[in-house]
Design a protein around this ligand. Sequence first.
Ligand SMILES: NC(=O)c1ccc[n+]([C@@H]2O[C@H](COP(=O)([O-])OP(=O)(O)OC[C@H]3O[C@@H](n4cnc5c(N)ncnc54)[C@H](O)[C@@H]3O)[C@@H](O)[C@H]2O)c1
Length: 261
Amino acid sequence: MKDERLRGKTAVVTGGRQGIGRAIALAFARAGADLVIVDIVFDDGKLDALAEEIKKIGRKCLSLQADISSKTQVEKMVKLAVKRFRKIDILVNCAGVWLPGQTLLECPEGNWDRVIDVNLKGTYLCCQAVGRVMAESKSGNIINMSSQVGLNPGTGAGAYSISKAGIIMLTRQLALELAGYNIRVNALAPGIVKTDFNRNIWDSPQAARQLSLEVPLGRLAEPEDIARAALFLASEESGYITGAVIPVDGGWQVSTKPRRE
Ligand SMILES: NC(=O)c1ccc[n+]([C@@H]2O[C@H](COP(=O)([O-])OP(=O)(O)OC[C@H]3O[C@@H](n4cnc5c(N)ncnc54)[C@H](O)[C@@H]3O)[C@@H](O)[C@H]2O)c1
């Protein structure tokens, strides 16, 4: 049966070039949404290749280069999206960075600034600029990307876990502020997902096996696991859910086994 859950909707996905953002953009397109895919990296051709894939599914797609930590670039991105599609129904804040292996005692100020600027401030800037558009149309749906280490600290997570915890409170605060505009705001908190983001920690079969032992469901996540949860939050199936943070972590939060990021 054809999936029509997002028929007629326009979705903006940041960090759409690869990994989780890419899987979400494709899942949304297959459910009938038109897409605006955004990334800071444009010149490797991956964003345009994804746009072509989305068009082959039969949906419209606009690909844009923007650094989400820049207010000017975010506002320009939103202007172009609205010019093309006249509205934004769904925003997925997926762009993010992780600078691995740093304790907070070691973390240089520049790394702290970069992680907080992209992950937390960037999510805020996109929520603000798109939220204003959604507020005008009295309807919208925002999905933010936290992490399992936004709920619990993780070895080597450093400033990253703090940025992801900030995203949780940003989500809850916005859910409260925007409910009156009929805008829902929720977050996903994925476990370890097999993407380029953290390839260094899961790439060898031995490392993947070891990490899987920490996950009650016994495997690491694929980007599509997160995309299915995002699709649920984007659709009317979750119509009475706002301000929620949904772990998509194979049970990592409830495990008592030794942990690391
Ligand atoms: N992979 C995991 O294990 C995992 C776990 C929990 C949460 N997450 C979160 O999920 C999101 C996506 O992660 P992923 O694994 O797909 O990573 P990824 O590195 O594969 O993709 C992230 C994308 O974001 C883009 N990006 C980075 N900085 C940007 C900026 N300033 N402006 C615009 N785009 C920017 C990158 O170019 C990249 O294409 C991130 O927010 C990450 O923190 C990932």
